[in-house]
Design a binder for this molecule. Structure first.
Ligand code: NAG
Ligand code: NAG
Ligand code: NAG
Ligand code: NAG
Ligand code: NAG
Ligand code: NAG
Ligand code: NAG
Length: 538
């Protein structure tokens, strides 16, 4: 069964946003540029505020026909989405005989493919997006490229056990090249050398300049996103010297470079939103003005950055409340230690430490607030993937589902506070929750295997996914997020061609009953790549 429920929710979110848009009169402040601009915490287009829901379709440029690209963008536009996020990179290490590719990176040398199976495919996507009234977030590289060898295509273990299937190149979001591909091909060993090695930085600027100058005058480009989920580590290990400053400095360098060649478009990071509450900043916030003696009723308090003290205090508070509520409802989870007939401190509770956790302590080498305060970074980005990332320790009084929903709400809330302290717009560039029906196709970004392919109880129910999305979207809308982008779009009835991403008979990681996933059938239609999050449109 294809999952379609997202689109009902989407309609609701779009409606909610359009209601808000009507309530805000056009602003003349930034003129009426067709290019997306920012004004404080808002985006402005054509002189009006622009808030949106959008979707991810990293694979748009690899589709086989213009008609497929046209139909997909038409379907995306038809449900009310305004922004689509995609991969504007596609690196290979040898020239493939079929399919789309943008850049050959081989033994420290690069060359760019601007032919019909190269950047001209991206041209088509951008032109058609504009015709459909869609804006495109163009991601320039990826933190993730978990390939063990130089061969192309991902090998995956399918549901039911032991068969290895090889998916076509570009089927997974982490199979488009990216940072680790550069590092390997430049003869280096650490992931973070992507950010610091002069030759790699030069090559990445070179690729960036060719893409950016190609679309410098296109109003359909929403923003240049420097990288998907940039961090200190990936499949390749990190060196001993990568810190949050390494990543922040790279952002500053790249953002200034893009600004020097493109005065028109916004520039964003693409990071997950990881914070480092106690890190020194390369780009400190301006000191907050002295508080007003008596703020007028309804006037907004000045936002302050997220602090460790605040995270720990709120966490303890909500644990106390949840525990009390669970007790009252007679539902306190019996995973604690029995002390004189009462359920007392649980294992998790005892572990509750004075540590904010990896999402807030700089463990990943990312300080999203420092990055956001770089002058050339136009707005904030974060992602929400509770199947893959841990945002907070679980509260033992709650079910794992409720913990997951709550950790998403806390994550969105803290991101909103952090962005408000900087005073720039904030968008959630990707969010998703794996359902049971998608579990067999779920491949985490750092893997090439489907770890839950044989686990029939993995994943949320459809209702749980709907409820979680609804909670996260309403939290995002109420906290003034400027954009929310679902992961990921699913499209059916695509033209299949042997040797390309959309190959005959490839219907996903799970082999369909009449195919092994890679076998040739005479079926000429295919479905879009799915990492385990696809929702299908019309
Ligand atoms: C949606 O895609 C289908 C092909 O799958 C196409 O026939 C239809 O015209 C598209 N709808 C829109 C509104 O573009
Ligand atoms: C930049 O890209 C061009 C075109 O692909 C290539 O010929 C050139 O060698 C690259 N320059 C650097 C410094 O990588
Ligand atoms: C801005 O105006 C252009 C040109 O009229 C139009 O194509 C585009 O869809 C408008 N954008 C928004 C968000 O209204
Ligand atoms: C991948 O290619 C590089 C450069 O061509 C080579 O040095 C390396 O040994 C290859 N690695 C594997 C696992 O084949
Ligand atoms: C991928 O990341 C998850 C956490 O999301 C971790 O548990 C797992 O070990 C990682 N796998 C690899 C192959 O790095
Ligand atoms: C299967 O998934 C469920 C739900 O996430 C989990 O509790 C269980 O440990 C998993 N089983 C295996 C064998 O991975
Ligand atoms: C597929 O098409 C070929 C000819 O192009 C034909 O020989 C073969 O029988 C067809 N197979 C099926 C399953 O229809």
């Amino acid at each position: 069964m294809k999952d379609r429920r997202w689109f009902t929710l989407w309609g609701l979110a779009a409606l909610l946003l359009s209601g808000l848009a009507i309530a805000t009169p056009p602003t003349a402040k930034r003129g009426s540029s067709q290019f997306v601009q920012t004004d404080g915490a808002s985006f402005i287009v054509n002189g009006s505020k622009f808030r949106y829901v959008g979707t991810n379709a990293y694979w748009l440029p690899v589709l086989n026909t213009e008609q497929d690209i046209w139909n997909t963008l038409g379907n995306i536009s038809a449900i009310g989405a305004k922004v689509v996020r995609l991969w504007a990179f596609n690196d290979v290490t040898t020239t493939p005989s079929d399919g789309t590719w943008f850049q050959l990176v081989q033994n420290g040398k690069v060359s760019i493919n601007d032919g019909p199976n190269g950047l001209q495919k991206l041209d088509t996507v951008i032109q058609m997006a504009e015709q459909h009234g869609l804006y495109v977030i163009m991601t320039l590289t990826n933190n993730w490229y978990p390939t063990a060898s130089n061969s192309t295509g991902s090998s995956l273990q399918a549901r039911g056990g032991t068969t290895e299937i090889t998916l076509p190149r570009n089927y997974l979001s982490n199979d488009y090249g990216g940072m680790d591909l550069y590092v390997r091909q430049f003869g280096l060993q650490y992931h973070d050398q992507f950010y610091t090695d002069e030759k790699i930085v030069k090559a990445f600027k070179n690729f960036t300049s060719q893409v950016v100058t190609r679309y410098v005058n296109s109003p359909a480009v929403f923003s240049w996103e420097l990288a998907n989920d940039p961090r200190c580590s990936s499949t390749l290990p990190m060196s001993g010297s990568c810190t949050t400053e390494t990543i922040t400095q790279w952002h500053a360098t790249m953002a200034a470079y893009i600004r020097s060649i493109d005065p028109n478009h916004l520039i964003s990071s693409g990071n997950q939103g990881y914070m480092c509450t106690d890190c020194a900043k390369l780009y400190p916030l301006n000191p907050a003005p002295a508080p007003q003696p008596s703020p007028a009723p309804g006037s907004k308090k000045r936002s302050v950055p997220v602090s460790s003290e605040q995270i720990l205090r709120k966490r303890a508070e909500s644990r106390r409340l949840n525990r009390r509520a669970a007790k009252l409802a007679g539902k306190l989870k019996e995973d604690g230690i029995r002390v004189r007939g009462r359920w007392a401190a649980t294992a998790t509770r005892r572990q509750q430490s004075q540590e904010v956790g990896t999402a807030y302590d700089g463990s990943y080498g990312v300080d999203s607030q420092d990055i956001l305060n770089i002058p050339d970074i136009s707005f904030g980005t974060f992602q929400l993937f509770p199947d893959q990332d841990t945002y907070a320790a679980s509260d033992p009084s709650l079910s794992s589902y409720q913990n997951m929903v709550n950790s998403g709400v806390d994550w969105i809330t803290n991101q909103a506070q952090s962005a408000a302290a900087v005073g720039k717009p904030l968008i959630m560039t990707a969010f998703g929750l794996v359902t049971q029906s998608n579990a067999a196709d779920f491949v985490p970004f750092n893997m090439t295997t489907a770890p839950y392919a044989t686990n029939t109880s993995y994943g949320a129910t459809n209702q749980e996914q709907t409820d979680a999305y609804s909670t996260w979207l309403s939290t995002s809308v109420s906290l003034n997020l400027a954009g929310m982008i679902q992961y990921q779009w699913g499209q059916e009835s695509l033209t299949a061609e042997t040797g390309t991403t959309i190959s005959p008979g490839v219907t996903g990681i799970t082999p369909s009953s009449d195919s092994t996933g890679t076998s040739q059938s005479n079926d000429t239609t295919g479905v879009s790549p799915n990492d385990g999050y696809s929702s299908y449109g019309t």
